[in-house]
Write a protein that binds this ligand. Structure first.
Ligand SMILES: [Zn+2]
Length: 80
């Protein structure tokens, strides 16, 4: 037994985070893209991870600075 065959999907998963962080070398990115082009399973994983990141980013954007919250609370307070 060779015991040396690396599962390309495992390898692709290792590249997922750095791929989305855009910190891969050109070679590594090409390797990931080549695999993604022929592997629907990994494409799905990459897409899911990317959407998750976008969701987290937009959720973080909704986190308002406290000064702004205070201002909005003041606006909502009826001026009687
Ligand atoms: Zn794959």
């Amino acid at each position: 037994m060779s015991g040396y065959a690396v599962d390309p999907c495992d390898q692709c998963e290792e590249l997922l985070q750095p791929f989305l962080d855009r910190v891969l070398t050109d070679d590594e990115r090409a390797q990931a893209e080549e695999h993604l082009a022929m592997c629907a399973y990994c494409r799905k994983r990459y897409r899911f991870e990317e959407e998750l990141r976008q969701f987290v980013r937009s959720a973080a954007a909704e986190e308002m600075p406290p000064e702004l919250k205070t201002k909005l609370a003041e606006l909502r307070t009826p001026l009687l």
